[in-house]
Design a protein around this ligand. Structure first.
Ligand code: OOG
Ligand code: NI
Length: 454
């Protein structure tokens, strides 16, 4: 970033996710346990390869994603401003209506090579769509309660205004205060703002509606570390008695070339809540722990193939693991093959091996790669799986069934434009972002080799 110190967006995001992780570890001790499992598993993976964490990119140890669910378009617009100050921008549109949830959303995340390198923290952020609430009484109650909620403290609003007007005027103390005030949005409160009867009537409409409407904050509902071996983490969770989910979402295990991402979680905790008015207590289940293994970003063609094979596996759902493995035999599993078929995005760079350069240089990428003049590596997938999101959502809410929801397909009738209107800014397509990263690397190679185009 070109922001003058004492802070810049990337730095702010790093400090924020660190503080958020500390807070969530206190709130949900099992999250801390999961992070410890990930660390142990990753260390042993590295050890087997004769490596240590220092051999990995710096982002590896701090990498997380989180998720929040907001109640109003005002809250969504405000959070989009806050995240922008932390260098996170809306990428991808996720329509949860297709799995029967009255929500839609986007992922706020860094998009530039340099920002991703520093800290790729992302937040899956959804907002309630009251128009999809069936009961008019529940709809009106929800709107009324939410209209009285203010997630953003006056001080936070002031600091955001200042950061947007002239970021350079924020002192270190201001930046610290911004983090403290922002954390309040994500904090869990065991005291509901509504009486038990209201909570129950909203929950009957949809558990999501109760989770969103009945609390004073937009509590973070999970925070997800990235691991090098999700199968080992899953086994270790079970061994240590964590309430792990049965199935790992995403592509099947055993691939040499990981694509997109694979995720698993432990189920939501039952938490004590004190309701307003009577002061009667009850329970609420919403917060859970999740872990993921990330692979390569796929192209549109690669994504279409993924969707098609997943749909084929779903057709034989009773036998999920073999069915998934069988379907994915058709997905190429070598980097050269994936590249030649245009299924995965790559980052290209001139290899160190300058001596092998011949003149005149070939001008097509295949020849440059073959001659060892250029090398490439797959670009990491930074986003979410809509299917996986649905599975995770469903399995963490009482009264809904995770596997059944996988059958539902995108319908194409989305309200993307509506969400763009709410944000007051464009939602980037993740495909465009990867495409641009790949192209920038190709241009850089051309430039370095003095070629007009590749
Ligand atoms: C978000 C679920 C989506 C993921 O990893 O797919 C998500 C939520 O439960 O609000 O985080
Ligand atoms: Ni998640």
């Amino acid at each position: 970033g070109s922001n003058p110190l004492p802070w810049d967006a990337d730095q702010l995001r790093s400090v924020f996710v660190h503080a958020l992780s500390d807070m969530y570890r206190e709130e949900v001790p099992l999250y801390g346990k999961l992070v410890d499992i990930v660390r142990t598993v990753d260390n042993s993976v590295l050890e087997k390869k004769g490596q240590s964490v220092d051999d990995l990119p710096i982002r590896h140890q701090v990498e997380r994603h989180g998720a929040i669910r907001l109640g109003t378009t005002h809250e969504m617009r405000q959070i989009s401003r806050l995240f922008a100050i932390m260098g996170m921008h809306p990428v991808g549109y996720y329509d949860l209506e297709m799995v029967g949830f009255p929500l839609h959303g986007t992922a706020f995340r860094p998009t530039s090579e340099e920002s991703l390198r520093q800290n790729p923290f992302r937040v899956f952020t959804t907002v309630l769509r009251p128009d999809l609430i069936v009961s008019s009484t529940v709809r009106e109650t929800a709107i009324e309660i939410l209209s009285r909620r203010e997630l953003f403290s006056p001080r936070l609003c002031e600091l955001m205004d200042q950061a947007e007007q002239d970021a350079g005027t924020l002192t270190q103390k201001d930046a610290d205060e911004l983090i403290v005030e922002a954390l309040k949005i994500f904090k869990w409160h065991s005291r509901s703002t509504v009486p038990l009867e209201t909570y129950l009537s909203l929950k009957q409409e949809h558990p999501m509606v109760a989770d969103i409407v009945c609390f004073p904050s937009a509590h973070i509902n999970h925070l997800t570390p990235r691991t090098l071996d999700i199968d080992a983490v899953q086994l270790e969770m079970i061994r240590q008695g964590l309430p792990a989910k049965e199935v790992i979402e995403g592509p099947p295990p055993g691939r040499k070339c990981e694509i997109l991402l694979r995720q698993t979680s432990f189920k939501a905790l039952e938490e004590q809540v004190v309701f307003s008015g009577s002061g009667v207590s009850g329970t609420h289940t919403a917060r859970f722990g999740e872990v993921e293994q990330r692979g390569a970003a796929v192209t549109r063609k690669g994504r279409d193939l993924y969707d098609r094979l997943l749909a084929a596996a779903v057709a034989n759902e009773d036998n999920w693991d073999p069915s998934l493995a069988h379907a994915f035999q058709e997905y190429p599993d070598g980097w050269t093959e994936l590249r030649k078929q245009g299924l995965v995005y790559f980052r290209y760079r001139v290899s160190q091996d300058v001596a092998s350069r011949r003149k005149p240089l070939p001008t097509d990428m295949e020849a440059l790669l073959q001659a060892g003049i250029v090398e490439c590596e797959p670009i990491t997938y930074e986003d979410f799986l809509p299917f996986s999101a649905a599975g995770i959502f469903a399995s963490n809410l009482a009264g809904t069934n995770g596997t059944a929801d996988r059958k539902l397909q995108a319908t194409g009738c989305s309200s993307r434009a509506e969400l763009v209107g709410v944000l007051g800014r464009e939602i980037l397509s993740e495909i465009d972002v990867y495409e641009a990263l790949q192209k920038a690397s190709v241009d850089e190679v051309a430039n370095a080799l003095g070629l007009e185009a590749i």
